[in-house]
Ligand binder design. Sequence first.
Ligand code: GLN
Length: 454
Amino acid sequence: AHLDRIDAVDGAVHAFLHVDRDGALLQAAASDERRERDEARGPLDGVPIAVKDVLTTRGLPTTCGSKILEGWIPPYDATVVERLRAAGLPILGKTNMDEFAMGSSTEHSAYGPTRNPWDLDRIPGGSGGGSAAAVAAFEAPLAVGTDTGGSIRQPGAVTGTVGVKPTYGGVSRYGLVALANSLDQAGPVTRTVLDAAMLHDVIGGHDLRDSTSIKTEWPSFTEAARHGATGDMTGVKVGVITELAGDGWQAGVMNRFNESVELLVQAGAEVVEVSCPSFVHALAAYYLILPAEASSNLAKFDAMRFGLRVTPEGNPSAEEVMRATRDAGFGDEVKRRIILGTYALSSGYYDAYYGQAQKIRTLISRDFDAAFAQVDVLVSPTAPTAAFRIGEKLDDPMAMYLNDLATIPANLAGVPGISVPSGLVDEEPLPAGFQVLAPALADDRVYRVGAALE
Ligand code: GLN
C-alpha cells in the first residue's frame, strides 16, 4: 500500500531519491512468513520505513543529496539500518535531503527540492525534508532522520509530524555520513509520539562501533510515551525559555505555542519562565563549529575513494582531477561552508573564531545545567515560522540559518529534544511545532511530555 502511495504522490512531493520496491516487498514477505510460523516478532516487525539518504545502506545508493556521491553503493549498513533490518522493518527507500545535510529547506539537494504535502509551493523543512514529507504524505508510516542543528525537529514542525533528536550518543553514528561529528544524531520521524518512542527503542542503545555511543541502561521510551498519553502531568515542572520567543516569531506560531503551554498547565504541570542568556549566541557559534567540522569531514571526497570522478582534458595531475571533481560535485552551500570552516580553523584565526565558538558552546551547556536544576523540561516553539515558500530564502543564507534559532542549542549541548505538532497557524492552514527539551540521558521525559500533548 505504501509503495502504491509513493507511485501516486511522489511525482509531486519528491520525498524519495531511491525507492527499493523489490527489496521492501521481499522483507515484507519475510515478515509475513515469521508471523505465519508464529515466530517471536518485535512490535514493529513488518512496518515499512523510509531512511534519510545520509545513512549508509548495503546495496542501496547513498548520495547524501550530493552529485559527488552519485553512483556510490555502500558495502555496509549503518548501525541504525542494521537494527531496522534485524527488527523486521522493510526499507522502502532513501529520502531526499539538503546536500550533506546543510540547509533548512531541502532546496539544497542536488536532485531537486522536496515539496511540503500541506502546500506544494512550500518547503518541507530541512535538511531532512524528504523523511518528514514522506511521513506527512502517508508514503511511509515511519522514517529515520538525522539532526545536527534541527534537521529532524524543524521539518517535523513545518510538516505536522513528530521528530526526535536523541541525547548525543544515544543512537549510533556508525554509517551516518558525518556533517559535524560532535553534533550529529539520528532519530525518529513519525506521525505520533508513541510511534517515535517505539522506533527509538529499536534504533537506540550502545554500539561498539561508535566511540561516542553511551553505555547505559536506557529506559523503555515506549513506556514513557504510554505514561504521557494518560495526560497526567502532575509534578512535572516545565520551563518556558525566555530567549526563544519575541520579535521575528510568527504570531500564529506563538499562539499555538501558548495554547500548548496552557494544555500542560491544565494537565497539572507547573510552568515557569526560565532565562538561558547564552542562547542568543548559539546560532553564531553553531555556524562556526559546524563548517569547521564539515570542512574537515568533506576532505575525504577527493575523487579517488567514492562516487564521482571528473577527469579534465590532457594529462591531468591527481590534484587537477580532485579540483575538477570537487568543483563539479559540490553545490554552492557546501562550498560556502567548506570555505568558512577552513578559514575558521586556519592558524591565526583559530582562537578568534573556533576557540570563541567553543567557549560559547560551554556557556550554552551551563545555561542548560542551570535551567534543569529548576525544571524537568524546557519548551519553545520548534521554529520561528511555518513553512516558507520554495525559493523565498534560497539566495539569503542568513535568513535560512535564522530558522534554526530554537533547535541549535540542543545540538551544541547534546541534550534530547522532540517536536510535536501544535496545530495550524492562523495566517495559513500550515502546521507549527512545539519543542520539548530534557537533560542528557532523560529522553524519556520528552516522550512523556510530548505524548501528553497529543
Ligand atoms: N539547518 C541546519 C544547517 O543547515 C541544520 C542541519 C542539520 O541538522 N543537519 O546546518
